[in-house]
Design a protein around this ligand. Structure first.
Ligand SMILES: Cc1cc2nc3c(=O)[nH]c(=O)nc-3n(C[C@H](O)[C@H](O)[C@H](O)COP(=O)(O)OP(=O)(O)OC[C@H]3O[C@@H](n4cnc5c(N)ncnc54)[C@H](O)[C@@H]3O)c2cc1C
Length: 439
């Protein structure tokens, strides 16, 4: 275990993460290599009255750490059990490592759009995956968690050993302890049928309408989404997409796709049509999320319906004419995500049919406030159809739009608070869901 204090050589590199718009400034950062290191850091922090935060990749950084930051990137072990179809994943593992090792056995984890995201942080926040409609949330398929709680003890948390903590950790998204490893189910998915279709934003109205129809007719084996983004005129962006504002329809199916489902989209005339068979090891290509650290701010609403007037508002407010560059991501939910898992967990709002996310770059001075003002307009247009929000998709510095719905329903909020009181009565762990998100 190495510990760095502010000013030490190595401190800045250790606290840095993917989200550069939030800077952790802990008094000490503990570079953990084992469960013992994590337990030692928690005990030490507790003895000194310092708050504890944890970082794996920094994709979800939102609240800057102040006391002790435990970094887990050195805890990078993955053990796949092909017979049991499970993987044991240590705290610092990115999905890319699990995807690669599982694919060697014809298996796939319930990862999301970006393989660079941390498997543990993603799963604790629920985990809205590429194959979500077929299998449910990632949190629905956790078998066990090894967790260091605020007393510095390592607990093996399962449905029988610690039922309350097991419920809360799977999708609750609150920092209730530091997970040092988790056992998750893998799915028998050697190939995903899907990929992406890119369209010029001139066709935005037609593409969004066709996407809406697609989600109305899609079987549970198909999970899809549509993105809207302005691509820069740089060599890294291939022609014919370079410098264009585009819509990107992404598809991920466990069964071969019925061509009639895609016919209306194809009739619009995509710039690029890359739908086919995607090897499980290559699912990161479906979204092609950015994999370089940068500053971003954004939020989301869970929708109970997707009316045409909302699509028109999103196109106008967050499309090419918006006053700040916006990245829109509209994902189809439902299917298995709408059903409670075998062992209940803290994932709220299963009735949602779609999630609408809006993000913007936040690197320049004033960019956060300018972006939030535009996002506010979009979320206000969505408010009549909103049923909730996903805390894990709240990005950037704290300061959530008070008009957004709470990320949890009152019953889930109450039960999570009881679990927090039981396992972290002194508030040793930094609360990662800000006050107005909890309201
Ligand atoms: C490009 C991008 C794509 C994304 N795609 C998806 C997606 O498709 N679906 C989806 O559901 N989410 C997605 N997310 C959101 C992502 O799941 C959350 O931001 C998640 O918190 C990231 O976890 P991390 O460990 O990588 O990040 P970190 O910033 O390192 O951690 C974020 C939080 O996770 C918790 N955490 C991390 N490790 C531990 C641990 N060992 N013990 C306890 N708590 C821990 C802590 O609360 C921590 O503050 C995406 C985010 C980005 C930036």
């Amino acid at each position: 275990m190495e510990t760095f204090f502010a000013g030490d050589e190595g401190y800045e590199a250790e606290v840095a993460g993917f989200q550069t718009g939030v800077r952790h400034r802990p008094a000490a950062v503990v570079a953990a290599s084992s469960a013992d290191d994590v337990a030692g850091a928690v005990r030490l922090a507790r003895a000194r009255g310092a708050r504890v935060a944890v970082q794996a990749t920094g994709h979800g950084a939102r609240v800057p750490a102040d006391g002790v930051l435990v970094t887990t990137r050195r805890m990078a072990g993955v053990r796949v059990d092909p017979a049991a179809r499970t993987a044991y994943v240590e705290a610092g593992v990115r999905w890319s490592a699990v995807i690669e090792q599982a694919a060697a056995h014809g298996l796939a984890p319930l990862a999301g759009s970006s393989p660079g995201v941390g498997a543990v942080g993603y799963t604790l926040g629920g985990g809205v995956g590429l194959l979500g409609r077929t299998f449910g949330y990632a949190a629905d398929h956790v078998r066990a968690l090894d967790v260091v709680t605020s007393d510095g003890e390592l607990r093996h948390v399962t449905a029988t050993s610690e039922p309350d903590l097991f419920w809360a950790l799977r999708g609750g998204g609150e920092l209730l302890g530091i997970v040092v490893g988790m056992e998750v189910a893998l799915m028998p998915v050697p190939i995903v049928y899907g990929g992406g279709l890119h369209f010029d934003a001139a066709h935005a109205a037609a593409v969004l309408a066709a996407f809406r129809d697609l989600t109305g007719a899609a079987p549970e084996t198909l999970t899809s989404s549509v993105g809207m983004v302005g691509l820069p005129p740089i060599d890294a962006v291939p022609e014919p997409l370079r410098g264009r504002h585009v819509l990107h329809v992404r598809l991920a199916s466990t069964e071969p796709l019925d061509p009639s489902l895609l016919a209306p989209l194809r009739a619009i005339g995509p710039l690029v049509d890359r739908v086919g068979e995607v090897p499980a090891a290559d699912v990161g290509s479906i979204y092609g999320d950015p994999d370089f650290p940068h500053a971003y701010v954004g939020d989301n609403v869970l929708l109970g319906e997707l009316p045409p007037e909302l699509l028109a508002a999103v196109r106008t407010l967050a499309g090419p004419a918006a006053s700040v560059p916006c990245v829109v991501d509209l994902r189809h939910l439902g299917g298995a995500m709408a059903r409670a898992p075998e062992v209940a967990n803290a994932v709220p709002y299963r009735e949602a049919t779609h999630i609408l996310r809006v993000l913007s770059p936040a690197g320049e001075p004033g960019a956060v406030d300018a972006a939030r003002a535009v996002h506010h307009e979009v979320f206000a247009a969505a408010a009549p159809f909103a049923v909730g929000r996903v805390a894990a998709f709240g990005y950037g510095p704290v300061g959530a739009d008070p008009s957004l719905p709470a990320p949890r329903d009152p019953a889930t909020t109450r039960r999570l608070a009881q679990v927090k009181d039981k396992f972290d009565p002194d508030g040793v762990f930094l609360s990662v869901v800000d006050a107005n998100m909890c309201s």
